[in-house]
Design a protein around this ligand. Structure first.
Ligand SMILES: *Cc1c(COP(=O)(O)O)cnc(C)c1O
Length: 405
């Protein structure tokens, strides 16, 4: 490592809060599926900033939209209107079929906004007694990092030391529709879940689960909120992961790739009248719905569709998973995934996924370990068959042992 990179890492360590433990690779440039470090080494990005860069790094059309809008108008606040918000609504509604949209910035803000909204809906529309609203969530969930969101996390690292917590949540095991049904009370206003749990290690629920949750929510007049911040916008080979089971959530949360990685843009999408309960002054965000965000998101959505990225995710993802499954290695417990949301879970005896990620990094692949024994693989959706084949060679070398220290 050149002194420059070591200096940057040292400075980060000295001045930055230590709330991350990144691989020691200092990236300086990105294009498509590739990123380059300060020494000019090229890597194939198999994380895509946790699926925020589905469109590939520095996509030229999104960049063009960003630069062009930045030179015209960036922020008005919602005290005034801007000429990008309406077309953003129109294009997002056309893409997703939603009827109402609330624009926010980070994913956590979209989750928080949905929680606020369904509580209000519960009191005003469902007649739940004041302050009694309950929301059912799933174990091993990941929905963000705010106090309310970590209040219903089951991860000790996410929660520990951060109390007191926000009440009003009930946790049921992910993938267990019977447990969810049993947890519904007259005060249940919503169920909040991820269609596939990403941070938990790409955990796919049993077939039929989302359909059953959908039916339960309809029967019991409970709002179904799907957090598609990571699974959405093509990652799993469909625009939204809910499509794999032919269901439609009442409220869908998107973020991450909504801006192609240029800028934090998130949104609450509603298919019911849930968002209708918000009146002026009851919710907002200085940056939410700003013209720069809207222009960037419009371009990011457009290239996703125009350049066939969703179908490519389905095709390359199926091939990638098939080939990962064919690697003969005694450290692999399971290869799983949907579309380009993939994971290789290792046997505990393998000594943890981190060192495999270090070994992959040495071979030019950046992937992320999660929950000790799982390597998460989520390249940009523009990846080609040749690039998948090259990545597979590196995974094969590392997972068959010879390349790991
Ligand atoms: C990343 C993520 C969030 C939080 O998004 P931020 O932009 O980091 O606040 C919420 N839900 C899911 C499923 C995520 O993957």
């Amino acid at each position: 490592m050149l002194p420059h990179a070591a200096d940057l890492i040292g400075t980060e360590h000295r001045l930055g809060a230590h709330n991350y433990k990144p691989l020691d690779v200092v990236l300086a440039r990105g294009e498509g599926v590739y990123v380059w470090d300060t020494e000019g080494n090229r890597y194939l990005d198999c994380l895509s900033a946790y699926s925020a860069v589905n469109q590939g790094h520095c996509h030229p059309k999104v960049l063009e939209a960003m630069v062009s809008q930045a030179s015209k108008l960036t922020l008005t606040s919602r005290a005034f209107r801007n000429d990008q918000l309406a077309p953003f609504y129109e294009e997002l509604a056309a893409l997703t079929g939603s009827h109402k949209i609330l624009p926010m910035n980070s994913g956590a803000e979209a989750v928080e906004s949905a929680i606020k909204t369904v509580r209000k809906w519960g009191y005003e529309v469902r007649g739940v007694p004041e302050n009694q609203a309950e929301i059912i969530v799933c174990s091993d969930n990941f929905h963000g990092r705010t106090i309310t969101i970590v209040s219903f996390s089951t991860d000790p690292d996410a929660r520990g030391g951060f109390g007191p917590f926000t009440p009003g949540f009930r946790t049921v095991p992910f993938g267990d529709a019977a447990a969810l049904e049993a947890a519904i009370t007259p005060n249940t206003v919503a169920v909040l879940l991820e269609p596939i749990q990403g941070e938990a290690g790409v955990v796919i629920p049993p077939a039929g689960y989302l359909r059953r949750v959908r039916d339960l929510c309809t029967e019991r007049n409970v709002v179904m909120i799907l957090d598609e911040i990571q699974t959405g916008l093509g990652r799993t080979g469909k625009l939204l992961a809910e499509e794999h089971e032919g269901v439609e959530a009442d409220v869908t949360l998107i973020g991450k790739a909504l801006s192609g990685g240029f800028y934090p843009v998130s949104a609450v999408l509603s298919n019911s009248e849930v968002l209708g309960v918000l009146k002026p002054g009851q919710h907002g965000s200085t940056f939410g719905g700003n013209p720069l965000a809207c222009a960037v998101a419009r371009a990011a959505m457009r290239v996703l569709v125009e350049e066939g990225m969703i179908d490519n995710a389905a095709a390359q993802g199926a091939y990638f998973l098939d080939q990962l499954g064919a690697i003969r290695s005694n450290v692999i417990r399971e290869a799983r995934g949907r579309g380009l949301m993939l994971a290789v879970e290792l046997h505990p005896e393998a000594g943890g996924a981190r060192r495999y990620c270090e070994a992959l990094r040495a071979r030019g692949v950046l992937a992320k370990d999660t929950h000790d024994h799982t390597i998460r693989i989520a390249p940009p959706l523009v990846i080609t068959r040749e690039q998948v084949d090259w990545a597979l060679e590196q995974f094969d070398a590392v997972l068959t042992g010879t390349a790991v220290p």
